[in-house]
Design a protein around this ligand. Structure first.
Ligand SMILES: [Zn+2]
Ligand SMILES: [Zn+2]
Length: 354
């Protein structure tokens, strides 16, 4: 879309807007902030767990009318505090899946919200309905949301806080969640809407109940792929990426996707378990997907391995650690010529409607 202009990339970029302040302030904008780029359950140098904040509004209000959090890994609340986004202001939280590295940050986020915002509003929690995995267990985002306060209730902490302020909701943080589940489908369906902002979802493969999302706004569009992988779980296959995510990404301005570097593959001597490698999307295949789908900006997150990390959990990384350029080089091997964004927590990208 020619009417979009990228004006800020990354952490340290100043916002430069041509023209008078009044003209600029009226423009609508979409901002995407990677709240946590850690890939999987390990922790490395304080990086937060997986999460992406999507903001929409006008330049005048800092793109802050609608604040949507996609996944909420460890440390999400802290990272949001660094960019001045109180958890009480979030409009909705969406889960691609409830692997703990994508969801464990919801607990302290909701406890904090309960502590200070018990009067509401509730937060919409949008995710797949319960799905039973092939091995028989059920992945239930709903149960996760409804049981957030269980340990705090059992410990007496909830009763203590209620005794200090009886206006708090008696059931704890779960009382502040408005659960909105959907039946996962192979084609996009609208799952959340507010004003000019529409969120659609598609079912994608990773673990039972995994979904990928697309946010459409007048200032641009962004796809949140999550940990999606290919329906064929291992080679031989054409690509490691998801056909469903590719359909969702068609013509999108931005794709945010979990990435694994090919160095972690079975040929790379890392010892990383092949089934886990194969269920993620590689940097090169994400470049190819972005090229086919006409995506302008590919934002890599959930880095496996983290930038500079000598190990992914217990698994050693060849070369002693990868740089951003190593990831970009792997993307470019696909022939993708669009913008590749990779950086630490709070790396961001803003689009402004012209
Ligand atoms: Zn993950
Ligand atoms: Zn996962």
């Amino acid at each position: 879309m020619e009417n979009l202009k990228r004006i800020a990339l990354g952490f340290a970029c100043a916002f430069g807007v041509a023209g008078g302040a009044n003209t600029a302030s009226a423009a609508s904008c979409l901002e995407v902030v990677l709240t946590g780029v850690q890939g999987g359950p390990p922790v490395f140098q304080g990086q937060a767990g997986a999460g992406t904040l999507v903001k929409y509004g006008t330049e005048e209000n800092g793109c802050s009318e609608v604040l949507l959090q996609f996944d909420a890994g460890r440390g999400t609340t802290q990272q949001l505090s660094k960019i001045g986004v109180p958890v009480g202001k979030l409009s909705a939280v969406f889960f691609t899946h409830i692997h703990s590295d994508h969801s464990e940050g919801l607990m302290d986020m909701m406890q904090l919200r309960w502590h200070f915002n018990s009067a509401g509003p509730k937060i919409d929690m949008v995710c797949s309905e319960d799905v039973t995995a092939p091995k028989g267990h059920t992945m239930s985002c709903r149960e996760y949301g409804q049981n957030l306060g269980a340990a705090l209730i059992a410990s007496g902490e909830m009763a203590q806080r209620l005794s200090e302020n009886p206006k708090r909701l008696p059931g704890g943080p779960s009382d502040l969640i408005n659960t909105m589940t959907f039946l996962g489908k192979d084609s996009a369906q609208t799952v959340w809407e507010s004003g000019d902002v529409k969120v659609s979802a598609i079912q994608s493969r990773h673990v039972a109940g995994h979904a990928s999302y697309r946010v459409d706004t007048p200032a641009g569009s962004v796809v949140i792929g999550g940990d999606a992988g290919n329906d064929t779980p291992a080679p031989p296959r054409e690509t490691s990426t998801s056909a469903q995510v590719e359909a969702l990404s068609n013509g999108a301005d931005i794709v945010v996707h979990s990435v694994i570097h090919p160095i972690m593959g079975p040929d790379g001597d890392s010892g990383f378990p092949p089934p886990i490698y194969y269920r993620q999307s590689t940097a090169t295949d994400l470049g190819a997907l972005s090229k086919r789908a006409g995506v302008k900006h590919l934002m890599l997150t959930h880095h496996i391995p983290p930038l500079g990390a000598p190990k992914q959990g217990p698994y050693p990384v060849k070369k002693g650690g990868l740089s951003a350029d190593d990831y970009i080089e792997a993307v470019r091997a696909s022939g993708y010529e669009g913008d590749v964004v990779i950086g630490p927590d709070l790396t961001k990208l803003r689009l402004v409607a012209q």
